[in-house]
Write a protein that binds this ligand. Structure first.
Ligand SMILES: Nc1ncnc2c1ncn2[C@@H]1O[C@H](COP(=O)(O)OP(=O)(O)OP(=O)(O)O)[C@@H](O)[C@H]1O
Ligand SMILES: [Mg+2]
Length: 412
């Protein structure tokens, strides 16, 4: 492999950042702050829309996209042009869907970081199920959808309901909960040539949690565990209100979740970066089941929630971890506050809802988005956060809430 120049006084590290969607401003800003040369490759369709932090970018390149999808060969050729004059040290994917693009480019241009096999465990829900199960981590019973006989024996052996889900999507898109085996078969057959891109698993009724963590040199250096209110699938299918709350630090749940999070990500080989990982605690046996993981910052404003409560911005920390890893430096651990925080997001009937009557001193952030309401509250006391989220959920349900049909394909 060609040696890449480590960043030193003479040559700053050059990062090529990939963004099929607009996100990760704080990571771009932090890379610049750390003295890197920052190149951004993004979707052409965002050209007039995205408000990138231009002062943090040394250059920006656009690639034609089909609703944010890129042609990988075209991307590779474009990046090859860039390589003629740039020495790129690291490739930094900003969106979940950019992870495999980054891996593909790293493999071709021999850039350090996660390659295609390693990345699979963080993108492909079948790969993550299999890897977790192999590593002795509890997962909902599952099967691939490649082979009729295997599907049939799974549906016989494992009681329903089941969920059929796309292996490579996010945002609960295309996930179907099915009560009848025939329903599973119908959906599998209607997938046609796409049949192999799903998996079926047992629906495990329970509470859903997420652990957001920072990793450096293969060690979990920071983690925050939170619990969703209504499980995310129920929010998308039954039009509920999305909430999540940071757990009581050191409580049994908090400790159990951090431990299993560490087990999962060590088994999956995460070295340097961040992760948003989800678990279900079954109502039945009270055990924790691994739901899914990723090697990126969690969506749905979870990073804003964590920053409000702890002062730690996961995008900025991710950039710091990447720079420290690339230059061989120490990663300075953040000094988090230990406040509690809660986040609420809902669709709203009003185009630009007026939320000025929400005025508690604990209210630290409001979502500004068409047909949405969203709040973050923080307090040194977890009970106060729960109380406020309860009150706000009630008011939002009565005064603002609207629901939309679940999404099959489209992503925002
Ligand atoms: N086996 C299961 N048992 C019970 N609920 C499940 C199961 N699989 C998925 N769900 C529900 O579906 C939601 C979305 O599933 P998952 O996290 O796997 O998909 P996703 O598309 O990545 O979603 P998101 O991006 O919203 O996290 C979960 O939060 C949970 O509510
Ligand atoms: Mg999920």
């Amino acid at each position: 492999m060609e040696a890449t120049h480590a960043g030193d006084a003479r040559s700053p590290l050059t990062f090529l950042c990939l963004a099929s969607y607009e996100k990760g401003h704080r990571a771009l800003e932090e890379l610049k702050k750390q003295g890197c040369r920052v190149l951004l490759l993004t979707s052409l369709s965002l050209k007039e829309k995205a408000a990138w932090p231009r002062e943090s970018l040394d250059d920006i390149f656009y690639i034609e996209d089909n609703e944010h999808e890129w042609d990988l060969q075209q991307m590779l050729r474009g990046v090859a042009h860039l390589f003629r004059t740039e020495q790129i040290d690291r490739i930094f994917p900003l969106d979940d869907f950019d992870l495999e693009k980054a891996a593909y480019l790293r493999e071709h241009f021999r850039v350090p970081g996660m390659g295609e096999t390693a990345t699979r465990y963080f993108r492909d829900k079948l790969a993550m199920r299999m890897k977790a199960a192999e590593s002795g981590i509890r997962v909902p019973d599952f099967t691939s959808t490649f082979n009729y006989q295997k599907i049939a024996s799974f549906l016989e052996r494992v009681p329903g309901p089941w969920v059929l889900k796309p292996r490579l999507m996010a945002g609960a898109i295309g996930i179907k909960k099915l009560h009848e085996a025939q329903g599973v078969w119908d959906r599998i057959h209607s997938a046609g040539d796409e049949q192999s891109f799903s998996l079926v698993e047992r629906f495990v009724p329970g509470s859903v949690y997420h652990v957001d963590s920072i990793w450096f040199r293969g060690e979990m250096v920071y983690a925050v565990a939170s619990s969703y209110g209504t499980p995310p699938l129920d929010v998308t299918t039954s039009g509920g209100i999305f909430t999540t709350t940071i757990l009581e630090g050191g409580s049994q749940e908090d400790r159990a979740l951090r431990t299993i999070n560490e087990q999962v990500l060590k088994a999956f080989g995460l070295r340097d970066g961040v992760s948003h990982t989800e678990f279900i605690r079954a109502h039945g046996d009270k055990a924790y089941y691994f739901l899914e993981t990723s090697a990126r910052v969690g969506g749905a404003h979870i990073s804003d929630l964590i920053e409000a409560a702890t002062g730690v911005n996961l995008w900025a920390e991710w950039a710091k971890v990447e720079v420290a890893a690339a230059s061989g430096d120490r990663y300075p651990l953040p000094h988090p506050r230990t406040d509690y925080g809660g986040l609420l997001i809902s669709l709203a009937r009003q185009e630009w809802p007026d939320t000025s009557s929400f005025r508690d001193p604990e209210l630290v952030w409001r979502l500004q988005k068409q047909h949405h309401v969203g709040f973050i509250v923080k307090s040194p006391h977890r009970e106060r956060v729960e109380e406020l989220l309860g009150l706000y959920s009630e008011r939002v349900r009565n005064e603002y809430h609207a629901s939309a049909p679940p999404r099959e394909k489209v992503r925002e």
